[in-house]
Design a protein around this ligand. Structure first.
Ligand SMILES: NC(=O)c1ccc[n+]([C@@H]2O[C@H](COP(=O)([O-])OP(=O)(O)OC[C@H]3O[C@@H](n4cnc5c(N)ncnc54)[C@H](OP(=O)(O)O)[C@@H]3O)[C@@H](O)[C@H]2O)c1
Length: 276
């Protein structure tokens, strides 16, 4: 029998998850349902993704024992209070809402459902996502396995204690945007040295992907050691690296992650309507 799984909110991230799961072998084990705020969105989700999509969140919660909360953080409280009467101790509630803590999720959902906080990222759309999970203490290994399976169908997963989730948001949750910016800058550089825009973007993106795969394939090796391997004494690369050091690339990236991490912490302290 298929696990009925309801996605409450099918916007950018909900859609990425659904499409990722639909393209993966997991498709045969899970029946996906959705709910959105407006009937127009529900209709377009049904058409585009081929799933049943409702505008009544309580109906989805009544039908599905696994729920993935994919609304904006400031919408989470209202939605969870709406579905709380439907939730029992056999429900697994996975929230991907940035900043919203497990204790807030527990309080708003009525305290019965088992809760896992997750932070995925948009490359889930093509099966290359990175999702970090943080389970509540009461979550069983069977429920944790379900969450891992779902998110592993759209990429890699890792687990951290909840206090690290804002940092995760600042690094891998927001990270795709940083990488797009770096690819764009490298592509500009290619144009500056005479390459076409199309070729420059291909060279930048494939180089980024290749280097990332090298790092992943040499699990545990420090990236600095890999950088040294490709840096010939008095060669070209060291001159490029020197320019990056002068431009403070490393400290700039560190500051970007810190700024996004602080924002994630701040969103929580500005309760209710402050959350966007
Ligand atoms: N985008 C990212 O890169 C990313 C990465 C990691 C985590 N996240 C988290 O993912 C969550 C969703 O972000 P997003 O970018 O996908 O947002 P989004 O594109 O704005 O989508 C929000 C979805 O929630 C629905 N919704 C709003 N109010 C609702 C209600 N009362 N009941 C049911 N559905 C409702 C919307 O339906 P309508 O279309 O009808 O309004 C829409 O389908 C956020 O909490 C964010 O923190 C996002």
């Amino acid at each position: 029998m298929k696990h009925k799984t309801g996605l409450i909110g099918v916007g950018k991230m909900g859609e990425a998850l659904i499409q990722g799961i639909q393209k993966s072998p997991l498709k045969k084990d899970y029946e996906l349902l959705g709910s959105t705020a407006s009937p127009a969105s529900a209709e377009s989700v049904s058409k585009k993704l081929g799933i049943k999509c409702f505008t009544d969140n309580a109906e989805v919660a009544g039908l599905c024992k696994i729920l993935i909360l994919c609304v904006k953080p400031h919408q989470a409280e209202k939605v969870l209070k709406e579905i709380s009467p439907e939730l029992g101790s056999d429900h697994l509630l996975i929230s991907i809402c940035a900043s919203i803590t497990i204790s807030q999720l527990r309080e708003w959902s009525g305290g019965k459902a088992k809760i896992i906080r997750a932070m995925p990222n948009t490359p889930a759309l093509i099966g290359q996502g990175m999702t970090v999970l943080s389970p509540d203490l009461k979550v069983s290994s069977a429920h944790l396995e379900i969450a891992e399976q779902l998110f592993q169908s759209v990429g890699l997963t890792a687990m951290v204690e909840e206090s690290l989730m804002d940092g995760v948001t600042g690094l891998s949750g927001c990270g795709p945007a940083y990488i797009y910016l770096i690819i764009e800058a490298l592509s500009e550089a290619g144009v500056k040295v005479g390459l076409s825009r199309k070729l420059s973007t291909l060279l930048a993106a494939q180089t980024m992907k290749g280097a990332a795969q090298m790092v992943l394939s040499r699990d545990g090796e420090h990236p600095a050691a890999m950088k040294d391997e490709v840096t010939t004494p008095a060669g070209c690369t060291i001159d490029g690296l020197m320019a990056l050091e002068e431009g403070k690339l490393r400290v700039t990236l560190i500051k970007a992650v810190l700024a996004a991490t602080r924002r994630s912490q701040k969103l929580r302290s500005v309760s209710g309507s402050g959350l966007k």
